[in-house]
Design a protein around this ligand. Structure first.
Ligand code: SF4
Length: 277
């Protein structure tokens, strides 16, 4: 069986950095060690961390002492302040690309700009960006939603890092048209887009496509959907064990990709198994 693995399969820069920081904290950090929500959407990695003592909580108020790890998509300003107030040791794994968006909105708020964050209101990254706008920010995800807000003459715009460029561009263009002064900061990180485009190309030249990653990982599920559009024989699995229960039939060339939160040690056994078929 010919097995082609996407070059960009697995961890993006920000997730790799967050995982390394978390394992380092688990090796030598002040205990107990908590993360605000799961550090990444991959059950096998989280289980490994829990075996080493990580406790996953959903609120900073559940942490009495020790260390708190901030996830790659950032935390709210209030949570950060509370961690300092409680004298917790902070391991800040916020991705530098997300931090950049925080810095832009802080500066915009200080200079009295109205702030528009192009992104999904319910996403924790967007809520963390909004928390640095000092009440001057609104999140929108479409031109329709833009119509519903009253724009002041001076507006600053940033984006959720995983936002599609086309949506960001169309909203920014409309804001430029409607205001006297618009400051546009393109804070999109192209890690997701690059992964998706490569996976689609690979799926289109494969007879079957395997997408590895947490079933709870939105970016992995999206990869699966996109690959399935060009190659209906696409499977989303978390582990090699799961793949062994699937009959691939008489295929000769299979493509393999993985979400941004999938570690190398889950990808390798899948590739080895496929090569042995
Ligand atoms: S997708 Fe981009 S912004 Fe998000 S964690 Fe990865 S590198 Fe950072």
């Amino acid at each position: 069986m010919e097995v082609i693995v996407a070059k960009k399969a697995g961890f993006c820069f920000g997730v790799r950095r967050a995982i390394e920081m978390a394992f380092k904290a688990l090796a030598d950090g002040r205990r107990p060690i908590f993360s605000l929500g799961p550090i990444i959407h991959n059950p096998q990695v989280i289980q490994k961390m829990q075996e080493q003592g990580l406790k996953v909580v959903s609120s900073i108020h559940e942490i009495p002492e020790g260390t708190v790890i901030f996830r790659s998509h950032g935390v709210n300003a209030q949570e950060r302040e509370e961690a300092v107030r409680r004298n917790l040791t902070v391991v800040d794994a916020t991705c530098p690309f997300v931090e950049k968006a925080h810095e832009y909105v802080k500066r915009l708020a200080e200079n009295a700009y109205q702030i528009v964050v192009v992104g999904d209101t319910n996403h924790p990254e967007v809520s963390s960006i909004l928390s640095y706008t000092n009440g001057k920010g609104t999140a929108i995800s479409s031109l329709e939603e833009l119509k519903a807000i009253e724009l002041s003459p001076r507006v600053g715009v940033v984006s959720q890092t995983t936002q599609s460029f086309e949506t960001f561009q169309s909203i920014a263009a409309e804001i430029i048209r409607k205001t006297r002064e618009a400051l546009i900061f393109n804070t999109i990180c192209d890690a997701t887009k690059v992964r998706q485009e490569e996976s689609i190309r690979l799926a289109s030249k494969s007879e079957a496509m395997i997408v590895i990653g947490g079933h709870n990982s939105a970016n992995t599920r999206r990869l699966k959907e996109l690959c399935a559009k060009v190659q209906p024989f696409t499977f989303h699995i978390e582990t090699a064990e799961e793949l062994k229960k699937i009959s691939l039939g008489p295929v000769h060339r299979v493509g393999v990709t993985a979400g941004a939160s999938t570690p190398e040690w889950l990808i390798e056994p899948v590739v080895e198994y496929l090569k042995g078929l």
